[in-house]
Design a protein around this ligand. Sequence first.
Ligand code: GLC
Length: 479
Amino acid sequence: MRFFNTVVAAALGIVMCSACGPKGTLEGEWYGLKGKEVVTVKFNPDQTIEANDGAMMTFKAPYSLNSEKDPMEIDINGAVQGMSMAGIMRMNADNTLDINLAVNVPGISEGRPTTFEAPQGMAAMASLCLKLSKDKKAIMAKLGPKPKISPAVKVAWERNARLGSGINLNAVVDGNRHPGYERDAPLGDDEIKSIADAGFQSVRLDVCWVKHCAAEAPYTIDQEFFDKVDHIINECFKNGLAVSIDQHYYPYINMDGECTDAEYEENFNRLDCLWSQLAEHYKDYSNDLLFFDLLNEPNMRLGADRWNETVAMLTKTIRKTNPDRTLLVLTPNLGQYWTLKQLELPADEWNIIVQFHYYMPHLFTHHGLSYAMAGESDMTTWEGSEEDKASIRKDFDTCTAWMKENGRPLNLGEYGAVNTVDPASRARYIGFICTEAKSRGFSTHLWGYRECFQICNEDKNSPDYGKWLQPVLDAMKLK
Ligand code: GLC
């Protein structure tokens, strides 16, 4: 096989040289643009290919090429997280190289792409589709000038520091999705005090507002429900906890694509109506203590462009009544860190904290959870070896670099591990993420206070009711 590859590579060199002139060889570094991201692709003499977009599509792996096909076919072994890739390539007369690679992820992208058109939706995540050139300067020029950072961003940094290390108050006002946890589990005032005493500085209050509004436009929110949420917010304030309220489990455009009575397009209007009411209702609440988190995990179907448009729409609505409110905005495609560069915030909007979620290694953090495609996982430990930590630090480096370049603060709005994994590993993992994020200046919200990610006993019949998992708290070094 190796021999075959070498022969093909040598032959390819000749084919390309004759077709495209002396510069037209494959070997060496190529550059391309993925949105606002410069991606490097390198073909090495030892028959390996390297790609680097600073995040998801960063790999080095052996490849084989069939140059007799038009376009050429390329196969890469064990590229992204051990998965193979199949692709097509075409060398152009102007010394550019078109490439379209797809990771083999069952149900998302399967088989070799047939055109050089970028895939949409879920498949976009698992693909690298680029026009490459060896002329780095020309590619950089296409990027345009670096973003100009406004001094007005200072307030967002201050408020992000105020959020500090926090926790998600999930499933305290709504029922929720995890089997066995479907009920609404009301939160006692004593619990809010206990959260503050544990050393948390803020909470992210996860609310499914859409369940508590009228069925028709303008989707009036139920006053009794408002009372319930207001009570929690005021109790948090009393205990010195800042609060960020989100829109969780929003049909069609958040994590799930579940059915709803409103059509897809009408969902955007309804979301806007909900924020309009929330903004009006909370406009006199302290700007230092109350934050608005626009939408939990905008889904892949929404895509980056539609999410960017939605952020612009909601920001405009909220600003009518809340000119100084700090907003939290997730990155596209479920709040991944690798989509940071796809987020485009409205120009002149600096009172924004950008949020991402982080659950790597996924098979450990979501062990046994079938909704997250980890039902079959047997990964129950996280040793915290240098290698384990390095892989997380590398991902966080991408975030730090983005934060510096864009001058905007970051919030790690969800991280955590399910309670079926090895308890010591769980404490180690949560502690590492919490302290590592803090050292980089990210505010954090652990997922979560309730359900199977809980770190505090919520079983009223248990003698341990209300007790924290002390090893986890200790590892987080909150105080
Ligand atoms: C997201 C989901 C929530 C889930 C969590 C961890 O926030 O909305 O349901 O528990 O991620 O997977």
